[in-house]
Design a protein around this ligand. Sequence first.
Ligand SMILES: [Zn+2]
Length: 72
Amino acid sequence: MLRVVTRKYACRQCGKPALLEPSNPWRPFCSERCKTLDLGEWFGERYSIPAESQDDFSEAADLPPPNSPRPQ
Ligand SMILES: [Zn+2]
C-alpha cells in the first residue's frame, strides 16, 4: 500500500510550505517573490564583503595617535 507523499517543503525565504514538484517553478521557494528575495540577499552578502582596505582602516583607528599620552 503506497502512501501519498505530499512533497511539501518549507520555503527557504518565508518558511511557508512550498511544493517540491515540477509544477512549482519557484521550488524550493513558494513563489517568484521569495526566490527573487533570496537571490537578492545572496548577491547582497557577496557584494557587501568589506574590502581589505576597510579592515586596515579600522585596525589603524584602534591604535592611539603617536602623540597621545598613554595611560599606565
Ligand atoms: Zn516563500
